[in-house]
Design a protein around this ligand. Structure first.
Ligand SMILES: [Zn+2]
Length: 168
């Protein structure tokens, strides 16, 4: 068996993001790897669960903690298609995950590089090694397409309402 690269694992996270896309959720996916094996997966389920905490990373962390029977995810790597937000960065730090790989930056909510750099903050008792821009392009394109489609649908709905109003 050949060793898996960071890109290979990120492909798995991208696969999760596509699952979110297919069900109309903002397409973000994550996997957690331990000893060369995926022990946690997740994709954004905020709308389906009507739960603000159901981000891809949180779901993957919960699954990984269950797999290891531990809240400490030492010797694990987390791969996520988009830069983690404050909540997920907090969860990653609290789970003691030593290494994070993310795809695209999130200028609106990113807490790793864009708005904050909490994973490097040495006032906290745990720091995370961060690798960014792993398959950033496909991750970003997926998000772009998703929001483009939403805008298209909104525009079409608006036009349909306008046309209906004119008929009356
Ligand atoms: Zn998050």
């Amino acid at each position: 068996m050949t060793a898996q690269t960071a890109e290979d694992w990120m492909q798995e996270a991208l696969h999760e993001a596509k699952m979110a896309y297919l069900i109309g959720e903002v397409p973000i996916g994550a996997v957690i790897v331990h000893d060369g094996e995926i022990i946690g997966r997740g994709h954004n389920l905020r709308e389906h669960g009507q739960d603000a905490t159901l981000h891809a990373e949180v779901i993957a962390i919960q699954e990984a903690c269950e797999a290891l029977h531990s809240w400490r995810l030492e010797d694990c790597q987390l791969y996520v298609t988009l830069e983690p937000c404050l909540m997920c960065s907090g969860a990653i730090i609290n789970a003691r995950i030593p290494e994070v790989y993310f795809g695209a930056r999130d200028p609106k909510a990113g807490a790793v590089r864009s708005l904050y750099t909490v994973m490097d903050d040495d006032r906290l008792n745990h720091q995370v090694t961060v690798h960014e821009r792993v398959l950033a392009r496909p991750a970003g394109m997926l998000l772009e397409n998703f929001f483009k489609n939403i805008r298209k649908r909104q525009k079409a709905a608006k036009k349909a309402r306008r046309d209906a109003a004119q008929k009356n």
